[in-house]
Structures are given as C-alpha cells and as structure tokens.
Design a protein around this ligand. Structure first.
Ligand SMILES: Cc1ncc(COP(=O)(O)O)c(C=O)c1O
Length: 408
C-alpha cells in the first residue's frame, strides 16, 4: 500500500493530534479485507486458517482473528497463554516453539495444546513423557524462500524443522512411543511473492505425507508476501490459484484419508497493510550531501529497514501537496542504522510535520524495543465504523524509569 484513502488520511492526522506520536494506527477494515481475500481464494479446500501472532498481537487484532474463525500459531508460552485468554479454543492453537524446553512442552501439553515438533530429540522427549499421544511434526523440505536471507526458514542452512530426509527416524520414534503423527507442518520463509517456489516447497511435504497414515492436517505455513514499494505488484492471486490452490484441491481429492484438512498460517499477509506508524518531524538538517528529516521514532519502533534493508513507503501527512524533496528520514536512536527511508522523495518535510510510515502492521510493534530507554509507541485501533480507540498508551518517562529501578 503506497496510498491512503482521503478518510484514512483524515483519521491518521486526527490520531496524531489526539494521541500524539509515535503511534501505531491499525485499520480493522484492512485486516478483514485480507482475511476475506485469502478465504475466497482457498474456498473449496477443507481449510483451517491460523494467524501467526508474532506478526502483531495487539488485543483487537487478536480479537478480529478470533471473530473471523482463525486459529493461532503460537511460538512461546506467553503467546500460547495470551491466545487462550483471548478466547481461542485449544484445538485451534498450534504450539511451534523453536528449541522447545521440557518446561514448554509440559506447559502446552497440560493445557491441551498440540505441539508442533521440529527436532527429533524433542519428539523422543515428548514420546517418553506422553506415550500414545497425538503430535504434529515440522519438516524441512529443503526449499526455502523469503524477502531477505534472515527470514528464510527452510533449506540446509536453516535451523528449523526436521530434515525431510529424516522422516524414517520420525516414524521410528513414533512407533517406539505409540505416537500418532496427526499433522505435518512446514514454514519456508516470509515475504514470499514467488508462488512457484512456494508450491515447490509444499509439494515436498505432500510427497512426504504419503508415508503418514493418520494425518488430520497438513499445515503449509505462512510466508505470503505483500507489495511494499510503489512499483511492486501485490501477490499474484491468479497464479496462487493456479499453482497452489488447484493442485492442493487435486491432492485432497485423491487422498485416501477422510477429513484431511489444509492449514495455512500467515502473519504478514493479514496485518502488514493495516498499520501505519505515525511520527513527528523534530529536526530538518542539511548535511553536506543530503537532507536529514529526524523524527521522534526510529528503529526501536520499526526495525525492518535496519534489520532487512526493508522498504516502507513514507508520506508527509501534514504537507501532502508540498514539493517533492529528497531526504534520509531517520529516527532519534543512537545508531547509524536508525532510518525509515534513505535518499527518498517525500513531499517537503518541515519541522512539526507528521509522517506516516506505511505497511507497518506486521513485525512492527511486535519487534519493538525500548532501546535508549525510549517508550514503545502508543497503539490506536480504528474499528469498522471508523471509530478510534487507544489500545495501548506510551509509557511516561517516570514509568520507564520506575520499571528499571524495580529490577535493581
Ligand atoms: C512457524 C511460522 N509460521 C508462520 C509465520 C508467519 O510468516 P508470515 O508473516 O510471513 O506469513 C512465521 C513467521 O516467522 C513462522 O515462524
């Protein structure tokens, strides 16, 4: 998304005025649109959608997912308990903690939540502790993809999943402890626009599934990308239909076991476009070769540019008709990787202007830190009626300090 509607623009300026900055603003309408889009394309498949809550676990985001019938991909005990407290039924939560501890294994199992196991040693420990149980296994089909090498989660360099070459060991452990492998899982990476590669990965798992007799679901993961740049196209849904949905339907039709479901678990696809990070321009400074627009936010609030070199479109909300100038739009953190945009044309930025950093609804707030002892941003929810609600305030300086002093 590189443009806003007139109404979104108005709401954002209003939020900046009423709630101050830095503030994340989320539009419910966009989340519902994205969910419906995926549901429409996957209709006809026996389907369960999960939401990878690591993308954005703000309470109203989670409540929207629940209302829309989604389940949850949880990767830590706190994510798991939070999802259950929001109201997700246990049988719609899958626990995929990486390098799971015994404590985490017991924690999830005692609450009735199914484990998604990505290591043979954990499968063995689970079998010892809970013989005769059902479990899901995460496989690494050796096909990975993603918008940056840091987000590729399959292939020989990836720590995730049990290599598909070791399926024989999975069966041996399952036999030893009378475990029933009811689910197979994969997640190959994030920000994937290439449906061909996604299908290549899925087909490895589908092939591997032929040796599992009691499967209830195959979870093909998340990873669906969105367009961040003005010149980028959204995920090509007609090729998604042709290369992924149709073959999945054919697979299900030809599968002997009744009731086998396909699960997807996107994060970014559902929430990236719903979120805008509002920041205030504190300083405009002429360097020798560039103009810096310094804001009251930064990499502590949206780390994707620093971490992945990710592009986020930046709009000057308070001077949208200003002449285009070229800026480095930067934050207030003591790091030179602290930027939102480099060498970017933006409508003239003046001290006091409000910028909107777009498509910040996924891996934005959930990856924030309080580095430099700066508060996390506030969060504001815009419901389907266009009403705004503060769902999380910023911490005051006194609250930030008090929290640190309590730890002493
Ligand atoms: C296991 C798992 N599932 C799903 C996702 C969601 O990925 P995305 O936001 O790209 O859809 C992730 C993201 O890291 C993940 O680790």
């Amino acid at each position: 998304m590189t443009e806003l509607t007139i109404e979104q623009h108005r709401i954002l300026l209003d939020c900046a005025q009423t709630q101050g900055t830095p503030t994340y603003v989320y539009f419910e309408e966009t989340i519902v649109r994205q969910i419906n889009k995926l549901k429409k394309h996957l209709s006809g498949l026996p389907l369960q959608l999960l939401y990878a809550m690591k993308a954005n676990h703000s309470v109203p985001v989670m409540q929207t997912m629940l209302r829309e019938g989604l389940g949850i991909d949880a990767v830590s005990p706190a994510e798991l308990v939070y999802a259950l407290k929001i109201g997700f039924p246990v049988d719609r939560v899958l626990f995929s903690a990486n390098n799971m501890t015994d404590g985490e294994m017991h924690y999830a199992t005692e609450r009735g939540v199914m484990l998604n196991v990505g290591e043979l040693s954990r499968l063995e420990a689970f079998g010892q502790a809970y013989p005769g149980s059902d479990v899901c296994v995460r496989l690494n089909g050796q096909v990975g993809a993603g918008h940056h090498e840091h987000v590729i989660t399959a292939g020989d360099k990836s720590k995730f999943g049990i290599p598909v070459e070791q399926v024989g060991d999975v069966h041996a452990i399952a036999r030893k402890y009378d475990l029933t492998i009811v689910g197979l899982h994969q997640h190959i990476g994030s920000g994937i626009m290439d449906t061909k590669t996604l299908w290549q990965a899925i087909s490895v798992i589908l092939d591997a599934s032929s040796s599992f007799e009691n499967l209830r679901f195959i979870n093909v993961g998340g990873g669906l990308g969105i367009a961040y740049r003005p010149d980028e196209q959204d995920l090509d849904m007609s090729s998604f239909d042709r290369l992924i949905v149709e073959p999945l339907k054919a697979f299900i039709d030809g599968h002997p076991s009744e009731g086998l479901a396909i699960w997807f678990e996107p994060g970014r696809f559902f929430t990236a476009q719903c979120g805008v990070l509002l920041a205030h321009v504190n300083t405009v400074k002429e360097g020798t070769t560039r103009t810096f627009a310094g804001t009251d936010s930064g990499m502590n609030h949206l780390v994707r540019p620093a971490m992945y070199g990710a592009y986020h479109h930046v709009l000057n909300l308070s001077n949208p008709e200003g002449p285009l100038n070229t800026y480095d739009v930067v934050g207030n953190i003591c790091e030179s990787s602290d930027f939102f945009a480099k060498d970017r044309e933006v409508a003239q930025l003046r001290e006091g202007d409000i910028i909107g950093v777009l498509d910040a609804g996924a891996y934005g707030m959930s990856m924030t830190t309080t580095y430099n002892m700066r508060s996390k941003p506030a969060e504001v929810w815009i419901d389907l009626a266009g009403e705004q609600r503060l769902v999380r305030p910023r911490r005051t300086v006194e609250e930030m300090v008090a929290q640190e002093m309590r730890q002493a």
